[in-house]
Write a protein that binds this ligand. Structure first.
Ligand SMILES: CC(C)(COP(=O)(O)OP(=O)(O)OC[C@H]1O[C@@H](n2cnc3c(N)ncnc32)[C@H](O)[C@@H]1OP(=O)(O)O)[C@@H](O)C(=O)NCCC(=O)NCCS
Length: 180
């Protein structure tokens, strides 16, 4: 089973009806300001991303989940694990990531999903280390990484941007209290 339930969220596989709300998030300048070049995505680009997320699931058996708010059934964004093939700072290349609809920011949802993703990575996938790659100015994202137990490891150049990267090792992972 590739789904995870947290207190308020269902982390599930992607469905075709996710495209509209996902494309709306990715068309939002504020939501995209710290992703890659900072440019919002067209609907076609968002659709291509979802295809890549689905392909990643097929290739690796894990990936980014679509996040659904359990009580309302609303699509909230994504959270989950991505294998970063090109990552060169060490042998551990599985990243935990998150992108949520601004309408749901500030309620602890990203942290809830991040904590569940890290747990999944260690308990279900048997990973040794999970990383997160974040643009330094993205304070909310850095805070989510910290609340999920990751600590800063260094700054590098990554896909054309300066980034700070975080990591958590299996030994130091101890089921943080922030878990939902
Ligand atoms: C990053 C993101 C997922 C956070 O989602 P969220 O559900 O609001 O996150 P949470 O509520 O779990 O936690 C956010 C934390 O950041 C803090 N925070 C938010 N904005 C902040 C800011 N501008 N400066 C400092 N801290 C900030 C919050 O106070 C909270 O910390 P706290 O619990 O200690 O108060 C959301 O902002 C988002 O989708 N951003 C756009 C996509 C993105 O940048 N993804 C990450 C790419 S690396």
């Amino acid at each position: 089973m590739n789904e995870v339930e947290t207190r308020r969220l269902l982390l599930r596989r992607w469905r075709s009806e996710d495209l509209d709300p996902y494309a709306r998030i990715c068309a939002d300048a504020e939501a995209m300001q710290y992703i890659g070049s900072g440019a919002p995505l067209t609907r076609e680009q968002s659709e291509a991303q979802i295809s890549r997320f689905v392909r990643h699931w097929d290739e690796h058996g894990f990936g980014l989940w679509a996040v659904e708010h359990r009580t309302s059934g609303a699509f909230v964004g994504f959270v989950g694990l991505v294998h970063q093939d090109e990552w060169i700072e060490g042998e551990h290349k599985t990243e935990v990531g998150w992108r949520l609809d601004p309408a749901y920011w500030g309620r602890g949802f990203a942290t809830e999903g991040a904590v569940a993703s890290v747990r999944y990575g260690f308990e279900e996938l048997g990973l040794e280390r999970i990383i997160s790659i974040i643009q330094p100015a993205n304070a909310a994202s850095r805070r989510v990484a910290e609340k999920a137990g990751l600590t800063p490891q260094g700054e590098v150049r990554w896909r054309g941007n300066d980034v700070i990267w975080y990591a958590i090792d299996r030994e130091e992972w101890c089921k943080p209290e922030a878990e939902g």
